[in-house]
Ligand binder design. Structure first.
Ligand code: NI
Length: 253
């Protein structure tokens, strides 16, 4: 169930069965010459939505602009400052906990968000710790590509040119969900350079077309579907443990 497609009495009823919610979280940033700018937000959204449809677990709105200052040298990229994101995430968390949600699972699609999501969680827990109060809420972040089975499948599908940014796997996931947005582009060089970066100007200089280490021209919808199926199964299993509710309890509703 999607929170934004539910009416409030349905959310009330859900909370009597389960106090967990999934929040897809990502970024709006360039993904090379053939990757969608929304890739990092779309991948967790696609996987969470399919998992929510199958299991009945509630999926909230996607937090779709993250830490992407280093991508601002490419048209269309957007960023939050880390301080803004920490504050915004705490407002999202407190809105949900006010209604009784006590397990909030952030399914992340962007490596650049990891540290700031962790800082946002520390900010939330600090208010309890400083008051010497026990926090009844548990927050969790998980990168979709680290769900059990996903990396093994990526290695099998793309033994060469998976890469670190604008990966063949993430582009495949978006091509599966949005076949109308597929772009056919010749990659030059075939596999992008690897290395480190600091700000947007440094990134653009080091990685001229935006990719890091990848050849996303290998991406196909069929491969994306296999990745989504694997990630979805692993996600439902992980949520069942974290939320402490079996999907069958929700299906019986
Ligand atoms: Ni990405």
């Amino acid at each position: 169930m999607l929170l934004h497609h539910a009416a409030w009495p349905e959310v009330d009823a859900y909370l009597k069965q389960c106090k967990g919610i999934i929040i897809p979280i990502g970024s709006t940033e360039q993904h090379g010459p053939n990757g969608l700018i929304g890739t990092d937000a779309l991948c967790p959204e696609i996987i969470a939505t399919e998992a929510g449809d199958e299991s009945g677990f509630l999926v909230g709105p996607t937090f779709n602009v993250g830490i992407a200052q280093h991508h601002l040298g490419f048209a269309g990229s957007m960023t939050l400052r880390p301080s803004t994101m920490i504050a915004a995430l705490n407002d999202w968390i407190e809105s949900l906990t006010r209604h009784g949600f006590d397990r909030i699972y952030f399914l992340n699609g962007h490596g650049g968000n990891i540290a700031t999501i962790g800082a946002a969680f520390a900010e939330y827990y600090a208010s309890y710790s400083l008051d010497a109060a026990a926090c009844p809420v548990q927050l969790k972040q998980r990168n979709w590509w680290e769900l059990p089975g996903v990396m093994d499948l990526s290695r099998e599908l793309f033994p060469v040119g998976e890469g670190m940014h604008a990966t063949a796997s993430e582009v495949s996931v978006t091509y599966y969900a949005y076949p109308g947005a597929i772009k056919s582009v010749e990659m030059s060089p075939k596999i992008a350079p690897v290395g480190s970066f600091t700000d947007a100007a440094d990134y653009r200089r080091t990685f001229p077309d935006g990719r890091i280490g990848s050849d996303p021209s290998q991406a196909t919808p069929e491969k994306g579907q296999r990745l989504v199926d694997t990630a979805k199964r692993a996600l439902i299993s992980e949520l069942t443990g974290f939320f402490g509710t079996k999907p069958s309890a929700l299906a019986a509703e």
